[in-house]
Design a protein around this ligand. Sequence first.
Ligand SMILES: [Zn+2]
Length: 394
Amino acid sequence: MQSIDRITVLENLLRLPGKSGEEHEVAEYIIQTCLGWGISPSQIHVDDAPSRIPLPCTTGNLFISFPGSCSGPQILISSHMDTVPLCAGAKPVRVGDKIIPEGLTALGGDNRTGVAAMLCLIQAIIVKKLPHSPLVFLFLIREESGLQGSRFLDPKRIHKCSYGINLDGGSCIEGTIAAVGANRFSVEIQGKASHAGVHPEKGISAIMVAALAMEKVYRGGWFGKVTHGGKTGSSNIGILSDSAGGAVGQATNVVTDFVRLKGECRSMDPVFMNDITNAHQMAFEEAAKEIPDHEGNCALVHFQKQCEYQPFTLSRDCPVISLFENSVKALGKTPLLKNGRGGLDANWFFEHGVSSLTIGAGQNQIHAVGEWVDLNQYQGACELLEEMISKAAT
Ligand SMILES: [Zn+2]
């Protein structure tokens, strides 16, 4: 059995490409490494989530299951294999207690640190004979493209898990116990073209409807950081385009007849998340009525909204929280609990009935050129996982 040190595992993983939808080389590395450690092929399963994901995928979610060496709860341990496109061609270089990219790329510490920490835990189970309850290791696809892997997995594969530990973040002493949900929306405004100099009154400017609607959203306090009646959330309109995604409008002398806008709304509160989204819809519908042509015709507004993922908050008595806190303390550190402002695979695990706490494993400045890995946090996460797993075993 070939033993690999923790940092080498991480460096090997950081060298592999694997943007969202193209995680096959990472999955293959995990599978071959585990087979090399003597894991039976019967413990390994690649699922059929790609048949449900509406985007191309070169592999499915990878499950590696262990019956317990002791009794205790079945635990889901997860991280995502994919990285953002900015990581393409990344070459990891070790500098002291950090790993940085050699060139002008991101690094992929988000989330190969989590994948590596999981592989190190598998090695500890086999080599150090770490006592453990039944475990399901889940290496996910397509997190960065909208939490697709966790959304479309078969819930039956994880429904026996009492709780989960998800790895995706920076600090190994910070446990994320709640995260926002998000709605996405798109608005199509169909106005009417006319010569802007000769017959402007015969036109209906989709641009002006959009502008007036955005003014209403802004003045109403529904844009950016949103606070109403003690509830908080956020919203953004990120894209304005024509129907094909190109520039809005064709010429300065034509009243612009079409605009498409795309935006999002987030909140920890699912009702408030919808309130923010509905405020946007009302603003667009009202604005359209305020800008008629000379015959009283108004623009048509087609507003589409979709829940991308629901917010979640773990119950304070969920055993994974005390397991995390006690394990961090046992390692001589002080645990912190926090809420996440972005979506996590844990959002979908919660929907599937598995409460999961998310911890970090050393990623820093993610999704940016100059992303780096903090090796102390990474090693800390590896130690914490071992502590948590052996503590949970009875
Ligand atoms: Zn991530």
